[in-house]
Design a protein around this ligand. Structure first.
Ligand SMILES: *[C@@H]1O[C@H](CO)[C@@H](O)[C@H](O)[C@H]1NC(C)=O
Ligand SMILES: *[C@@H]1O[C@H](CO)[C@@H](O)[C@H](O)[C@H]1NC(C)=O
Ligand SMILES: *[C@@H]1O[C@H](CO)[C@@H](O)[C@H](O)[C@H]1NC(C)=O
Ligand SMILES: *[C@@H]1O[C@H](CO)[C@@H](O)[C@H](O)[C@H]1NC(C)=O
Ligand SMILES: *[C@@H]1O[C@H](CO)[C@@H](O)[C@H](O)[C@H]1NC(C)=O
Length: 415
């Protein structure tokens, strides 16, 4: 008698608890997550709410929407040739407003395949990476470790977009603002009047670089706790991973011009003052960037190179991301990138990549209006740097040169 009554009580308590749970979560189940159960045919499903209801979804725990996006990813009808025909019933795109936010379903139809030389170029860049990672004569710290051994904080440059299954490793000074803008547009993280912002250039610069706008790998731990590494690995396997690189020396010139030739209070205090004190014989440099500008004081490019070569620099803290080597930011031997873009060919690469990602109907890569650092200036810039320092600097960045197929700059290193 005792055990059966106990059993009854358990059943009743259990039912009550379930009912309570259903009541608590009914709202969420009823509103934003219906789409988990909608059919997976490639037709115009409505995975999202119409825009006017959008604000309501903010109440759902964000991990749910991630998991949804994640599950949807597996249900995607493949990522075959971008030239295959679009689903027939997606032809009238203006029929339902909400369909505009279902980019994957309505990819652009291309009548011509991607040019064979572009396909071949990507193949070459990826092959080179594989070869260099396997070649024991290319040595750099961390090369041999496994993905699991990379600390969480070193995964902070990998931006994930679950909606389209994209992972972007951003490298500062390599068109990274523009690609971050595109990632914000694709992930629909920025709402404008309740509707996702679709114009990359309309996103204010301070938001572009605000880490709260990007879902990066180092945030997985907080969201998925012990499943974090596992999920990262699943996503790395399933998603399309890309990065953009440029000539490492030209990247350094660009970083110097951007951070030390232009007024930048933060970089002045954190780095320029140190350089002035250590290498420019200025024990008491101007207190602020404005004062320094007024008296025309700033560290020279050769001071910047000295700073990079000084062993004390890395002892104080790891290289700032603007001059940290790409191999340290993006772990190209642990992550098999599907697309390696070069800034030198950014326009062609961007077009090819957006098409490969099947989002070329959603975003366009913004044309750059800025005064780009040209490779041809390299010789001039390095003429003020002693030959020995140039060679040391090359050693520091040699893995980046070799991994990404940039020639050793003989003219700079030999004379
Ligand atoms: C698409 O839908 C709109 C509005 O429903 C209609 O006016 C238009 O004629 C349709 N276009 C085509 C090509 O069917
Ligand atoms: C590894 O790199 C060296 C150059 O540093 C090259 O001579 C060698 O052929 C490469 N090995 C392989 C297996 O590609
Ligand atoms: C990585 O492993 C290779 C042999 O597989 C070894 O020659 C090399 O020294 C190792 N590099 C580092 C940085 O540990
Ligand atoms: C980033 O954005 C969040 C909210 O959008 C804001 O609270 C925070 O102050 C911003 N951080 C910076 C450094 O601007
Ligand atoms: C670009 O920058 C270089 C050097 O910083 C300068 O000489 C040149 O005039 C600039 N060009 C434009 C169009 O601003």
């Amino acid at each position: 008698m005792g055990t059966s009554r106990l059993f009854h009580i358990f059943v009743i308590l259990g039912s009550a608890f379930m009912i309570l749970l259903i009541i608590i979560y009914w709202d969420d189940v009823g509103t934003s997550h219906l789409y988990l159960h909608t059919p997976v045919s490639p037709g115009p499903k409505t995975p999202h709410l119409p825009p006017q209801q959008k604000p309501q979804t903010s109440r759902t725990p964000s991990f749910l929407s991630d998991i949804d996006a994640f599950v949807n990813q597996f249900l995607e009808p493949g990522t075959g040739e971008p030239t295959d025909p679009a689903p027939a019933d997606a032809s009238n795109q203006s029929e339902k407003a909400e369909e505009r936010y279902v980019p994957r379903r309505e990819w652009k139809i291309h009548l011509t395949p991607v040019a064979p030389e572009l396909v071949e170029r990507q193949e070459q860049r990826r092959r080179l990476l594989r070869e260099m990672c396997a070649n024991d004569s290319v040595v750099f710290p961390g090369k041999n470790r496994s993905f699991d051994d990379i600390p969480n904080k070193e995964l902070d440059h990998l931006i994930v977009d679950d909606r389209h299954g994209i992972i972007y490793c951003y490298v500062p000074k390599v068109a990274c603002s523009n690609w971050k803008r595109i990632m914000i547009v694709l992930s629909e993280r920025m709402l404008q009047d309740g509707v996702p912002q679709r114009d990359p250039l309309a996103i204010p610069t301070d938001l572009v670089h605000n880490s709260s706008m990007h879902f990066t790998f180092n945030k997985f731990w907080k969201r998925y706790s012990k499943f974090a590494r596992h999920l990262m690995k699943v996503k790395l396997k399933k998603y399309t991973k890309f990065l953009f690189v440029r000539d490492p020396f030209v990247r350094l010139i660009s970083a110097y011009r951007n951070k030390f030739e232009q007024r930048n209070e933060d970089f002045y205090r954190r780095f320029a003052q140190v350089m002035l004190r250590r290498y420019a014989n200025q024990p008491t440099p101007p207190a602020s960037a404005d004062e320094a500008l007024a008296v025309g004081v700033h560290p020279l490019f050769s001071h910047f190179v000295q700073y990079l070569l000084d062993p004390q620099t890395e002892k104080d803290m790891p290289f700032n991301e603007h001059w940290r080597q790409v191999y340290r930011l993006c772990h190209p031997c642990q992550i098999q990138y599907d697309f390696v873009g070069h800034l030198e060919t950014v326009e062609e690469d961007a077009e090819q990549l957006l098409r490969q990602l099947r989002v070329d109907n959603v975003v366009e890569f913004p044309a750059s209006q800025r005064n780009l650092t040209a490779s041809s200036w390299e010789t001039d810039w390095f003429s003020t740097v002693p030959l020995e320092a140039r060679r040391e600097l090359y050693k520091l960045y040699e893995p980046d040169f070799r991994l990404f197929g940039y020639e050793r700059p003989e003219s700079i290193l030999n004379e």
